[in-house]
Design a protein around this ligand. Structure first.
Ligand code: GTP
Ligand code: MG
Length: 624
């Protein structure tokens, strides 16, 4: 079975002390269509790139709006390229057409913060391809993409020079100086399916693992024999209904408690993709693990339980993980989701219930910055195998639902653009040490660039150069890995203790910053306690987590224009956008968002809840 990695529990007894506040009602999240700011004049700095005159980010030519701040390119350029960042990211499926009014509602934030997607969980896959990577409970970044953050970003120059006090200028070599070698580019002739990293998220007990197990079984990744074994063992422990979930929930504690605690990684091939499933825990105590997995996702399946009371619990403002997970994945840049309305058998496959869920959750998702056109709604029953890999057979469902089954919906997702031609960046999700052979391996997803056997990599924050001895992808030895791939990289020439989860493998000439003081642009979520100077928070960035203290609140930003509305406010309340400075207890590998999205997205948590999401606008102090 899949390997799971545990990073320790992040319990917080105070979690329950939060009380609802005036802002909690998801229905109040109505965001109005906002006028897009049109860039005064587009500056072409080099072929294939246009520079946003507002935030100075260098956008690919195929972008019609700034990927960072959402400002429209001026003059508008029609493009037919395959960039899927700003266009609707799903193929439209006729059966799921939405009312045009809904379709047109785009929320500004989405284009900026959620523009791209991916971070997938690293994880080395198990023998049978169902390896489980447990996300780190402590780890990584979260943060949901702020509802409003995005527009506020337009007023702030994200590409302004970092005020790094003692950064080594040499290390800050521009990516423009980097010249990728030809082997780094994908070779169409290889004929391999593109990898889609798909996070399965949602409230506890909504059926994520059952759904994942069912899919794997239906697609031949779990043999009949293995399935029998799970069924028998689950029954013996009086947990017969968890048989499919057991394929993903491997540990004794998970099985005993009937909950997923760490992220399980498995894979299967669809017609179009090599799909890497990241089955996340739904229990609120394990949100940091969920973050570590989902931060690597290209797209997500948000599973909701259709049963009366359960769906509502998931949307609850206090402990509702449908809510927190949706905000988090949006903050990771995931902008395509499939909402799987599961357990439809419990509600007699009621169309009325499905429509009600779609309406309520749809409103909330819109407020998080998901475009209607990038959300697919699929009613299923994982338990009764309805609408998973084939058209439903239950008349109660197929009489009214004529959309795609889940597998077809997955194939309709679009791959985010991959940055093959940038220097290597691979946040380390997990470490495997072989005592006997004295070997150390780093697991993770390549965010940018490529590596091959024999490549030299710089292991950060240790700053030790190591050589790639070998690599594995999906338990198979591979010689090259490129952006988007989840791999286990066996390193030589480095001691085991110099490689750490939360660290980064990078190109020896293009090292990442290691910093302990950051300026962040954040959107505060539904909190009852305001953020003040001195607030102690937990900062998550890719797979790293560090205690953070707010030392300055520089300004509040207008959510629509991003302009400063107030300088040096005393506190930040729910739903406000702000620029803050934080000092970290230890250092983390990080980049400004304008330079690296994967290493520049953050989330801030406190008392077991995500209180704010955002991005690194400036690195204030590095370790060097
Ligand atoms: P966590 O990982 O702990 O958040 O839970 P989960 O979302 O993975 O849920 P899991 O798959 O463990 O399932 C929880 C319970 O829901 C189990 O008892 C499943 O049998 C049940 N369940 C899952 N899918 C369905 C379904 O389609 N119909 C019904 N009736 N029960 C289901
Ligand atoms: Mg589970």
């Amino acid at each position: 079975m899949p390997r799971k990695v545990n990073y320790g529990i992040d319990y917080d007894d105070d979690y329950d002390v939060y009380e609802d506040d005036d802002y909690h009602n998801g229905d109040e999240y109505e965001y109005k269509n906002e006028e897009r700011v049109i860039a005064p004049k587009q500056e072409v700095i080099k072929a294939g790139v246009w520079r946003c005159p507002i935030c100075t980010y260098d956008n690919e030519d195929s972008m019609s709006e700034c990927d960072i701040c959402g400002v429209l390119r001026n003059p508008l350029v029609k493009f037919s390229g395959n960039s899927n960042r700003t266009a609707a990211n799903f193929k439209r499926l006729s059966s799921l057409d939405m009312p045009s009014s809904e379709r047109e509602k785009n929320i500004l934030i989405e284009s900026e913060l959620g523009a791209e997607g991916p971070n997938s969980s690293s994880a080395s896959l198990g023998r049978d391809g169902r390896s489980v990577v447990k996300g780190r409970e402590t780890a990584s970044d979260s943060g949901s993409k702020p509802e409003i953050l995005n527009s506020s970003m337009s007023s702030v120059s994200l590409s302004s020079k970092s005020r790094t006090e003692n950064a080594n200028e040499d290390k800050d070599k521009s990516n423009l100086q980097y010249k990728p070698e030809s082997w780094m580019m994908p070779d169409q002739a290889e004929g391999r399916l593109s990898q889609l990293n798909l996070a399965i998220v949602g409230h506890v007990d909504s059926g994520k693992s059952t759904l994942s197990g069912r899919l794997l079984h239906l697609l031949g990744r779990i043999s009949q024999k293995e399935m029998h074994k799970y069924e028998k063992e689950a029954k013996q422990q009086g947990k017969g209904s968890f048989a499919y979930a057991w394929a993903l929930d491997e540990s004794a504690e998970e099985r005993e408690r009937g909950i997923t605690m760490t992220v399980a990684v498995a894979f299967f091939n669809s017609k179009k993709y090599h799909v890497v499933l990241l089955d996340s825990p739904g229990h609120r105590d394990f949100v940091p693990n969920m973050i570590s997995g989902a931060t690597q996702a290209d797209a997500a399946i948000l599973v909701v339980d259709a049963s009366v009371g359960s769906f509502e619990a998931g949307l609850d403002a206090i402990g509702g993980q449908t809510r927190e997970h949706a905000q988090l994945i949006r903050s990771f840049g995931v902008d395509q989701i499939i909402v799987v309305v599961n357990k439809m058998d419990v509600v007699e496959y009621s169309q009325e219930r499905f429509d009600m869920i779609k309406q309520k959750l749809g409103t909330f998702l819109r407020s998080c910055g998901f475009k209607d056109s990038s959300v697919l709604w699929i009613p299923v029953s994982a338990m009764e195998n309805q609408n998973l890999v084939a058209t439903p057979s239950d008349t109660r469902l197929f009489t009214w639902f004529h959309g795609p089954c889940l597998l077809d919906a997955i194939d309709s997702l679009q791959l985010p653009a991959r940055d093959y031609s940038k220097p290597l960046l691979m946040p380390i999700c997990d470490i495997i040490k072989s005592q006997s052979q004295g070997q150390v391996s780093a697991c993770g997803k390549l965010e940018t660039g490529a590596i091959r056997t024999g490549s030299k990599v710089l292991v950060m924050p240790s700053r030790v150069v190591a050589t790639v001895r070998s690599m594995e992808r999906d338990s198979q030895v591979c010689s090259i890995a490129r952006a988007g791939d989840n791999v286990t990289v066996n390193l030589q020439g480095i001691e085991g203790n110099r490689v750490t989860a939360g660290g980064v493998l990078c190109h020896p000439d293009f090292l990442v910053h290691v910093a302990n003081q950051l300026e962040l642009k954040i959107l505060v979520l539904d909190v009852t306690v305001p953020i003040l100077i001195g607030s102690q928070l937990e900062l998550h960035v890719h797979h790293a987590k560090e205690a953070a203290r707010v030392v300055k609140i520089l300004s509040l930003l207008d959510p629509k224009t991003g302009k400063v509305t107030k300088k040096s406010p005393r506190c930040i309340l729910a739903k406000q956008n702000a620029v803050v400075e934080v000092v970290l207890q230890g250092s983390v590998c990080v980049e400004e968002y304008a330079k690296s999205r994967a290493l520049g997205r953050v989330s801030l948590r406190s008392s077991g809840r995500t209180v704010a999401v955002g991005l690194v606008s400036q690195i204030m102090k590095t370790q060097d």
